[in-house]
Write a protein that binds this ligand. Structure first.
Ligand code: G6P
Ligand code: MN
Length: 441
Protein backbone atom coordinates (compact mmCIF):
# COMPACT_ATOMS: atom_id res chain seq x y z
CA UNK A 1 0.00 0.00 0.00
CA UNK A 2 1.25 3.46 -0.89
CA UNK A 3 2.05 5.38 2.27
CA UNK A 4 2.31 9.14 2.54
CA UNK A 5 5.00 11.32 4.01
CA UNK A 6 3.70 14.74 5.07
CA UNK A 7 5.92 17.76 5.54
CA UNK A 8 4.79 20.94 7.30
CA UNK A 9 6.73 23.88 5.87
CA UNK A 10 6.91 26.85 8.20
CA UNK A 11 6.41 24.45 11.07
CA UNK A 12 7.55 26.85 13.79
CA UNK A 13 4.06 28.37 13.57
CA UNK A 14 1.56 28.29 16.43
CA UNK A 15 -0.85 26.49 14.07
CA UNK A 16 1.45 23.46 13.78
CA UNK A 17 0.56 21.45 16.90
CA UNK A 18 -3.13 21.45 15.93
CA UNK A 19 -2.36 20.46 12.34
CA UNK A 20 -0.11 17.61 13.44
CA UNK A 21 -2.74 16.47 15.94
CA UNK A 22 -5.33 16.29 13.13
CA UNK A 23 -2.89 14.47 10.83
CA UNK A 24 -2.17 11.87 13.51
CA UNK A 25 -5.82 11.44 14.44
CA UNK A 26 -6.54 10.58 10.80
CA UNK A 27 -3.38 8.57 10.14
CA UNK A 28 -5.22 5.51 8.80
CA UNK A 29 -7.34 7.42 6.28
CA UNK A 30 -4.28 9.37 5.17
CA UNK A 31 -2.09 6.25 5.04
CA UNK A 32 0.37 8.33 6.98
CA UNK A 33 3.93 7.02 7.08
CA UNK A 34 5.79 9.98 8.53
CA UNK A 35 5.48 13.64 9.48
CA UNK A 36 8.41 16.03 9.18
CA UNK A 37 8.31 19.57 10.51
CA UNK A 38 10.52 21.92 8.53
CA UNK A 39 11.36 25.56 9.20
CA UNK A 40 14.29 27.89 8.58
CA UNK A 41 14.10 29.05 12.21
CA UNK A 42 15.82 26.42 14.37
CA UNK A 43 14.53 27.66 17.71
CA UNK A 44 10.91 27.92 16.60
CA UNK A 45 10.83 24.51 14.95
CA UNK A 46 12.56 22.89 17.92
CA UNK A 47 9.74 24.10 20.17
CA UNK A 48 6.80 22.88 18.08
CA UNK A 49 8.88 19.91 16.92
CA UNK A 50 9.68 18.56 20.36
CA UNK A 51 6.08 19.07 21.39
CA UNK A 52 4.82 17.16 18.35
CA UNK A 53 7.35 14.34 18.86
CA UNK A 54 6.08 13.90 22.40
CA UNK A 55 2.48 14.13 21.25
CA UNK A 56 3.06 11.46 18.59
CA UNK A 57 4.71 9.15 21.10
CA UNK A 58 1.58 9.40 23.23
CA UNK A 59 -1.03 9.23 20.45
CA UNK A 60 0.36 7.51 17.36
CA UNK A 61 3.50 5.52 18.09
CA UNK A 62 3.65 4.02 14.61
CA UNK A 63 4.05 7.41 12.92
CA UNK A 64 7.54 8.90 13.23
CA UNK A 65 7.46 12.65 13.74
CA UNK A 66 10.66 14.67 13.44
CA UNK A 67 11.81 18.21 12.83
CA UNK A 68 14.60 19.76 10.80
CA UNK A 69 15.96 22.95 9.26
CA UNK A 70 17.38 21.02 6.30
CA UNK A 71 15.12 21.24 3.27
CA UNK A 72 16.71 18.19 1.55
CA UNK A 73 16.01 15.98 4.54
CA UNK A 74 12.50 17.32 4.82
CA UNK A 75 11.46 17.12 1.15
CA UNK A 76 13.17 13.85 0.15
CA UNK A 77 10.41 11.30 -0.53
CA UNK A 78 7.63 13.70 0.47
CA UNK A 79 4.09 13.13 -0.80
CA UNK A 80 2.40 16.21 0.68
CA UNK A 81 3.83 19.58 1.57
CA UNK A 82 1.63 21.78 3.76
CA UNK A 83 3.10 25.24 3.24
CA UNK A 84 2.28 27.91 5.82
CA UNK A 85 5.20 30.31 5.91
CA UNK A 86 5.30 33.84 7.31
CA UNK A 87 8.64 35.51 6.51
CA UNK A 88 9.41 38.01 9.26
CA UNK A 89 6.81 36.36 11.53
CA UNK A 90 4.15 38.39 13.29
CA UNK A 91 6.77 41.02 14.16
CA UNK A 92 6.79 42.14 10.51
CA UNK A 93 3.01 41.74 10.34
CA UNK A 94 2.80 44.37 13.07
CA UNK A 95 4.65 46.84 10.81
CA UNK A 96 2.45 45.93 7.83
CA UNK A 97 -0.58 46.85 9.92
CA UNK A 98 0.73 49.92 11.71
CA UNK A 99 2.41 51.79 8.85
CA UNK A 100 -0.73 52.13 6.67
CA UNK A 101 -2.85 52.90 9.74
CA UNK A 102 -0.51 55.76 10.66
CA UNK A 103 -1.52 57.28 7.30
CA UNK A 104 -5.22 56.72 7.94
CA UNK A 105 -5.67 53.70 5.63
CA UNK A 106 -6.36 50.05 6.37
CA UNK A 107 -3.55 48.18 8.09
CA UNK A 108 -4.31 44.50 7.71
CA UNK A 109 -2.40 41.27 7.12
CA UNK A 110 -3.74 40.48 3.63
CA UNK A 111 -5.98 43.37 2.51
CA UNK A 112 -4.75 46.83 1.58
CA UNK A 113 -1.07 47.74 1.59
CA UNK A 114 -0.29 45.48 4.55
CA UNK A 115 -1.08 42.62 2.20
CA UNK A 116 1.13 44.15 -0.47
CA UNK A 117 3.99 44.29 2.00
CA UNK A 118 3.46 40.69 3.11
CA UNK A 119 3.32 39.60 -0.55
CA UNK A 120 6.69 41.12 -1.28
CA UNK A 121 8.22 39.23 1.64
CA UNK A 122 6.48 35.97 0.90
CA UNK A 123 6.66 35.60 -2.88
CA UNK A 124 10.45 35.11 -3.14
CA UNK A 125 10.41 32.66 -0.24
CA UNK A 126 7.50 30.63 -1.57
CA UNK A 127 8.90 30.42 -5.10
CA UNK A 128 12.14 29.15 -3.63
CA UNK A 129 10.25 26.44 -1.75
CA UNK A 130 8.15 25.39 -4.76
CA UNK A 131 11.28 25.38 -6.92
CA UNK A 132 13.12 23.12 -4.47
CA UNK A 133 10.09 20.84 -4.32
CA UNK A 134 10.16 20.51 -8.12
CA UNK A 135 13.73 19.24 -7.83
CA UNK A 136 13.55 17.11 -4.70
CA UNK A 137 9.98 15.75 -4.64
CA UNK A 138 8.34 16.62 -7.98
CA UNK A 139 5.44 14.25 -7.35
CA UNK A 140 4.47 15.77 -4.03
CA UNK A 141 1.24 17.70 -3.72
CA UNK A 142 1.90 21.21 -2.49
CA UNK A 143 -1.00 22.55 -0.45
CA UNK A 144 -0.26 26.19 0.14
CA UNK A 145 -2.11 28.31 2.62
CA UNK A 146 0.57 30.92 3.13
CA UNK A 147 -0.78 34.43 2.84
CA UNK A 148 -1.48 36.71 1.13
CA UNK A 149 -2.90 33.82 -0.86
CA UNK A 150 -4.33 36.03 -3.61
CA UNK A 151 -0.87 37.09 -4.73
CA UNK A 152 1.01 33.97 -3.66
CA UNK A 153 -1.27 31.88 -5.87
CA UNK A 154 -0.73 34.21 -8.85
CA UNK A 155 3.04 33.93 -8.35
CA UNK A 156 3.07 30.13 -7.95
CA UNK A 157 0.75 29.32 -10.86
CA UNK A 158 2.52 31.77 -13.14
CA UNK A 159 6.04 30.59 -12.30
CA UNK A 160 5.32 26.87 -11.97
CA UNK A 161 2.24 26.18 -14.11
CA UNK A 162 2.83 22.43 -13.97
CA UNK A 163 3.51 22.07 -10.27
CA UNK A 164 1.02 19.97 -8.32
CA UNK A 165 0.13 22.98 -6.22
CA UNK A 166 -3.23 23.96 -4.72
CA UNK A 167 -3.69 27.33 -3.07
CA UNK A 168 -6.32 27.41 -0.38
CA UNK A 169 -7.83 29.54 2.33
CA UNK A 170 -9.96 28.51 5.28
CA UNK A 171 -12.10 31.65 5.27
CA UNK A 172 -14.85 30.56 2.86
CA UNK A 173 -15.41 27.27 4.68
CA UNK A 174 -15.20 28.95 8.04
CA UNK A 175 -17.87 31.42 6.95
CA UNK A 176 -19.97 28.60 5.48
CA UNK A 177 -19.89 26.88 8.86
CA UNK A 178 -20.91 30.09 10.58
CA UNK A 179 -23.86 30.43 8.20
CA UNK A 180 -24.78 26.76 8.60
CA UNK A 181 -24.84 27.22 12.40
CA UNK A 182 -27.00 30.30 11.99
CA UNK A 183 -29.44 28.39 9.77
CA UNK A 184 -29.37 25.44 12.16
CA UNK A 185 -28.51 23.00 9.37
CA UNK A 186 -25.43 20.75 9.36
CA UNK A 187 -22.77 22.15 7.07
CA UNK A 188 -22.45 18.85 5.24
CA UNK A 189 -26.09 19.12 4.12
CA UNK A 190 -25.54 22.47 2.40
CA UNK A 191 -23.93 23.29 -0.95
CA UNK A 192 -22.58 26.81 -1.26
CA UNK A 193 -22.03 28.52 -4.58
CA UNK A 194 -19.33 31.14 -4.50
CA UNK A 195 -17.02 33.17 -6.72
CA UNK A 196 -14.35 35.79 -6.30
CA UNK A 197 -10.69 36.26 -5.55
CA UNK A 198 -9.01 35.22 -2.32
CA UNK A 199 -10.34 37.33 0.58
CA UNK A 200 -12.56 39.04 -2.00
CA UNK A 201 -15.61 36.97 -2.86
CA UNK A 202 -19.36 36.39 -2.56
CA UNK A 203 -21.72 33.51 -1.87
CA UNK A 204 -24.42 33.43 -4.54
CA UNK A 205 -26.56 30.45 -3.46
CA UNK A 206 -26.95 28.14 -0.48
CA UNK A 207 -28.66 24.91 -1.50
CA UNK A 208 -30.11 22.45 0.97
CA UNK A 209 -30.33 18.68 0.38
CA UNK A 210 -33.57 19.07 -1.56
CA UNK A 211 -32.18 21.69 -3.89
CA UNK A 212 -33.90 24.67 -2.27
CA UNK A 213 -31.84 27.84 -2.39
CA UNK A 214 -31.85 29.29 1.14
CA UNK A 215 -30.07 32.52 0.20
CA UNK A 216 -33.20 34.49 -0.81
CA UNK A 217 -34.89 33.80 2.54
CA UNK A 218 -31.69 34.69 4.39
CA UNK A 219 -31.58 37.95 2.43
CA UNK A 220 -35.18 38.74 3.41
CA UNK A 221 -34.37 38.13 7.08
CA UNK A 222 -31.27 40.28 6.98
CA UNK A 223 -33.18 43.10 5.32
CA UNK A 224 -36.16 42.97 7.66
CA UNK A 225 -34.90 42.05 11.13
CA UNK A 226 -31.88 42.39 13.38
CA UNK A 227 -29.63 39.47 12.70
CA UNK A 228 -26.26 38.60 14.11
CA UNK A 229 -23.84 35.97 12.93
CA UNK A 230 -21.71 34.57 15.69
CA UNK A 231 -18.49 32.99 14.64
CA UNK A 232 -17.85 29.89 16.68
CA UNK A 233 -14.20 30.78 16.97
CA UNK A 234 -14.67 34.37 18.17
CA UNK A 235 -12.33 34.98 21.07
CA UNK A 236 -14.79 37.14 22.94
CA UNK A 237 -12.76 38.03 26.01
CA UNK A 238 -9.54 39.33 24.58
CA UNK A 239 -10.96 40.89 21.51
CA UNK A 240 -14.02 40.44 19.42
CA UNK A 241 -12.32 40.82 16.06
CA UNK A 242 -14.22 38.09 14.23
CA UNK A 243 -17.48 38.92 16.00
CA UNK A 244 -17.24 42.48 14.69
CA UNK A 245 -16.15 41.34 11.24
CA UNK A 246 -19.17 39.07 10.99
CA UNK A 247 -21.40 42.00 11.91
CA UNK A 248 -20.01 43.77 8.86
CA UNK A 249 -21.02 40.77 6.73
CA UNK A 250 -24.63 41.50 7.68
CA UNK A 251 -24.19 45.20 6.95
CA UNK A 252 -22.54 44.41 3.60
CA UNK A 253 -25.36 42.05 2.69
CA UNK A 254 -27.89 44.76 3.58
CA UNK A 255 -26.02 47.38 1.56
CA UNK A 256 -25.58 45.20 -1.55
CA UNK A 257 -28.11 42.39 -1.14
CA UNK A 258 -27.55 40.56 -4.41
CA UNK A 259 -24.94 38.21 -2.94
CA UNK A 260 -23.67 37.46 0.55
CA UNK A 261 -20.18 38.96 0.91
CA UNK A 262 -17.19 37.09 2.26
CA UNK A 263 -16.13 38.64 5.54
CA UNK A 264 -13.02 40.28 4.04
CA UNK A 265 -15.10 42.30 1.53
CA UNK A 266 -16.07 44.48 4.48
CA UNK A 267 -12.65 46.12 4.42
CA UNK A 268 -13.53 47.55 1.01
CA UNK A 269 -17.27 48.24 1.46
CA UNK A 270 -16.66 49.94 4.82
CA UNK A 271 -13.03 51.00 4.69
CA UNK A 272 -13.29 54.29 6.58
CA UNK A 273 -15.71 53.05 9.20
CA UNK A 274 -13.52 50.05 10.02
CA UNK A 275 -10.28 52.03 10.04
CA UNK A 276 -11.80 54.60 12.40
CA UNK A 277 -12.40 51.80 14.92
CA UNK A 278 -8.93 50.27 14.63
CA UNK A 279 -6.34 51.02 17.32
CA UNK A 280 -3.21 52.14 15.44
CA UNK A 281 -1.09 51.28 18.48
CA UNK A 282 -2.44 47.79 19.11
CA UNK A 283 -3.26 45.78 16.03
CA UNK A 284 -4.18 42.17 15.27
CA UNK A 285 -0.48 41.23 15.19
CA UNK A 286 -0.14 42.43 18.78
CA UNK A 287 -3.09 40.28 19.80
CA UNK A 288 -1.69 37.24 17.98
CA UNK A 289 1.76 37.72 19.55
CA UNK A 290 0.45 38.46 23.05
CA UNK A 291 -2.32 35.90 23.18
CA UNK A 292 -2.46 33.14 20.55
CA UNK A 293 1.26 32.58 20.08
CA UNK A 294 1.92 32.98 23.77
CA UNK A 295 -0.71 30.42 24.76
CA UNK A 296 0.47 27.83 22.21
CA UNK A 297 4.19 28.34 22.72
CA UNK A 298 3.91 28.42 26.54
CA UNK A 299 1.94 25.19 26.36
CA UNK A 300 4.59 23.59 24.12
CA UNK A 301 7.37 24.61 26.50
CA UNK A 302 5.48 23.46 29.56
CA UNK A 303 4.80 20.03 27.98
CA UNK A 304 8.41 19.65 26.80
CA UNK A 305 9.65 20.40 30.34
CA UNK A 306 7.13 17.95 31.84
CA UNK A 307 8.00 15.29 29.27
CA UNK A 308 4.34 14.71 28.43
CA UNK A 309 1.54 16.36 26.44
CA UNK A 310 -1.17 14.69 28.54
CA UNK A 311 -2.67 17.87 29.97
CA UNK A 312 -2.02 20.03 26.94
CA UNK A 313 -4.76 22.51 26.12
CA UNK A 314 -4.01 22.07 22.43
CA UNK A 315 -7.18 21.85 20.44
CA UNK A 316 -7.93 21.40 16.78
CA UNK A 317 -9.55 24.18 14.79
CA UNK A 318 -11.10 24.43 11.36
CA UNK A 319 -7.71 25.51 10.03
CA UNK A 320 -6.09 22.14 10.71
CA UNK A 321 -9.09 20.12 9.67
CA UNK A 322 -9.66 21.84 6.37
CA UNK A 323 -6.19 21.34 4.96
CA UNK A 324 -6.21 17.71 6.03
CA UNK A 325 -9.66 17.25 4.44
CA UNK A 326 -8.23 18.34 1.09
CA UNK A 327 -5.27 15.95 1.36
CA UNK A 328 -7.73 13.23 2.28
CA UNK A 329 -9.84 13.99 -0.81
CA UNK A 330 -6.76 13.53 -3.00
CA UNK A 331 -5.54 10.39 -1.23
CA UNK A 332 -8.93 8.69 -1.17
CA UNK A 333 -10.23 10.07 -4.45
CA UNK A 334 -13.40 11.37 -2.80
CA UNK A 335 -14.48 14.05 -5.34
CA UNK A 336 -15.45 16.34 -2.46
CA UNK A 337 -16.13 19.99 -3.06
CA UNK A 338 -13.86 22.74 -1.70
CA UNK A 339 -13.36 26.40 -2.54
CA UNK A 340 -9.89 26.75 -4.07
CA UNK A 341 -7.75 29.39 -5.78
CA UNK A 342 -7.11 28.22 -9.30
CA UNK A 343 -6.46 29.62 -12.76
CA UNK A 344 -9.79 30.91 -14.06
CA UNK A 345 -9.54 29.26 -17.49
CA UNK A 346 -13.18 30.04 -18.10
CA UNK A 347 -14.70 29.08 -14.75
CA UNK A 348 -15.96 32.68 -14.53
CA UNK A 349 -16.98 33.24 -18.14
CA UNK A 350 -16.67 37.01 -18.27
CA UNK A 351 -13.47 37.42 -16.23
CA UNK A 352 -9.81 37.32 -17.33
CA UNK A 353 -9.17 33.66 -18.13
CA UNK A 354 -5.50 34.09 -17.34
CA UNK A 355 -6.02 35.10 -13.72
CA UNK A 356 -6.34 33.18 -10.46
CA UNK A 357 -9.87 33.11 -9.07
CA UNK A 358 -11.42 31.50 -6.00
CA UNK A 359 -14.20 29.10 -6.97
CA UNK A 360 -15.66 25.76 -5.84
CA UNK A 361 -13.73 22.76 -7.16
CA UNK A 362 -14.20 19.00 -6.93
CA UNK A 363 -11.06 17.36 -5.54
CA UNK A 364 -9.94 13.84 -6.35
CA UNK A 365 -6.77 11.82 -6.87
CA UNK A 366 -6.37 13.44 -10.27
CA UNK A 367 -6.44 16.96 -8.84
CA UNK A 368 -9.17 19.57 -9.10
CA UNK A 369 -12.10 20.21 -11.41
CA UNK A 370 -13.35 23.78 -11.04
CA UNK A 371 -17.08 24.41 -11.15
CA UNK A 372 -18.31 26.65 -13.93
CA UNK A 373 -19.64 29.81 -12.33
CA UNK A 374 -21.02 31.35 -15.51
CA UNK A 375 -21.19 35.11 -16.04
CA UNK A 376 -20.99 37.44 -13.06
CA UNK A 377 -22.71 40.83 -12.63
CA UNK A 378 -21.04 44.09 -13.61
CA UNK A 379 -20.63 45.30 -10.02
CA UNK A 380 -18.69 42.27 -8.78
CA UNK A 381 -16.78 41.92 -12.01
CA UNK A 382 -15.58 45.52 -11.86
CA UNK A 383 -14.56 45.30 -8.22
CA UNK A 384 -12.66 42.11 -9.01
CA UNK A 385 -10.99 43.58 -12.08
CA UNK A 386 -9.47 46.47 -10.13
CA UNK A 387 -8.41 44.12 -7.35
CA UNK A 388 -6.91 41.67 -9.85
CA UNK A 389 -5.04 44.51 -11.54
CA UNK A 390 -3.57 45.40 -8.16
CA UNK A 391 -2.66 41.76 -7.45
CA UNK A 392 -1.03 41.16 -10.81
CA UNK A 393 1.04 44.34 -10.61
CA UNK A 394 2.12 43.51 -7.05
CA UNK A 395 3.33 40.09 -8.24
CA UNK A 396 5.03 41.76 -11.19
CA UNK A 397 6.82 44.14 -8.79
CA UNK A 398 7.97 41.22 -6.65
CA UNK A 399 9.23 39.24 -9.64
CA UNK A 400 10.91 42.07 -11.55
CA UNK A 401 11.94 44.43 -8.74
CA UNK A 402 10.20 47.32 -10.47
CA UNK A 403 9.37 50.25 -8.18
CA UNK A 404 7.09 51.70 -10.85
CA UNK A 405 4.99 48.50 -10.96
CA UNK A 406 4.78 48.64 -7.16
CA UNK A 407 3.57 52.24 -7.32
CA UNK A 408 0.98 51.29 -9.94
CA UNK A 409 -0.21 48.36 -7.84
CA UNK A 410 -0.55 50.61 -4.81
CA UNK A 411 -2.79 53.13 -6.58
CA UNK A 412 -5.07 50.36 -7.84
CA UNK A 413 -5.74 49.11 -4.33
CA UNK A 414 -9.15 50.39 -3.21
CA UNK A 415 -7.85 51.33 0.23
CA UNK A 416 -5.49 53.93 -1.24
CA UNK A 417 -7.09 57.36 -1.77
CA UNK A 418 -4.29 59.10 -3.67
CA UNK A 419 -0.81 58.95 -5.11
CA UNK A 420 0.71 60.88 -2.19
CA UNK A 421 -0.68 58.60 0.51
CA UNK A 422 0.11 55.48 -1.48
CA UNK A 423 3.69 56.51 -2.17
CA UNK A 424 4.33 57.54 1.43
CA UNK A 425 3.09 54.20 2.73
CA UNK A 426 4.97 52.25 0.06
CA UNK A 427 8.23 54.02 0.90
CA UNK A 428 7.85 53.44 4.62
CA UNK A 429 7.00 49.78 4.10
CA UNK A 430 10.00 49.41 1.82
CA UNK A 431 12.27 50.83 4.51
CA UNK A 432 10.73 48.58 7.17
CA UNK A 433 11.26 45.54 4.93
CA UNK A 434 14.84 46.13 3.80
CA UNK A 435 15.84 42.67 4.99
CA UNK A 436 12.92 40.90 3.29
CA UNK A 437 11.69 42.52 0.07
CA UNK A 438 13.44 42.18 -3.26
CA UNK A 439 15.12 45.51 -3.99
CA UNK A 440 12.70 47.79 -5.89
CA UNK A 441 14.28 50.14 -8.41
C1 G6P B 1 -8.51 33.56 8.32
C2 G6P B 1 -7.95 33.74 6.94
C3 G6P B 1 -6.48 33.54 6.95
C4 G6P B 1 -5.87 34.48 7.94
C5 G6P B 1 -6.46 34.33 9.30
C6 G6P B 1 -5.96 35.44 10.20
O1 G6P B 1 -8.36 32.27 8.73
O2 G6P B 1 -8.49 32.89 5.99
O3 G6P B 1 -5.99 33.79 5.67
O4 G6P B 1 -4.48 34.28 8.03
O5 G6P B 1 -7.84 34.42 9.23
O6 G6P B 1 -6.15 35.09 11.49
P1 G6P B 1 -5.42 35.85 12.67
O7 G6P B 1 -6.08 35.26 13.84
O8 G6P B 1 -3.95 35.54 12.54
O9 G6P B 1 -5.70 37.30 12.49
MN1 MN C 1 -7.26 33.17 4.09
Amino acid sequence: MKKNKFVVVGAGSSYTPAIVAVLLSRKDDLKLSEVVLYDIDAARVARTGQFCELYAREHAQDVPVSYTTDIETAFRGADFLFVQIRPGCNQQREKDEKIPLSHGILGQETCGLGGFSFALRCIPAILDIVGKAQEICPNAWILNYSNPEAMISEAIYRTYPNAKALCICDMPISQEETIADFLGIPHKDLTFKYFGLNHFGWFTNIYDKDGNDLLPALRERVLSETVSLVNAEAEEKHDNYWGEMYQHVIEGFQAYPEFLPLVYISYYYFHNEIVSHMDPNYTRANYVLDVREKVVFDDCERCIAAGTTKDSSLHTGVHGNYIVDIANAIINNTHERFIINTMNHGAIGNFNHDAVVEVPCYVSAGGIEPVSVGYIPQFHKSLMEAQKGYEKLAVEAALTGSYQKALQAVLLNRTVPSYAVGKAVLDELMEANKDYWPELK
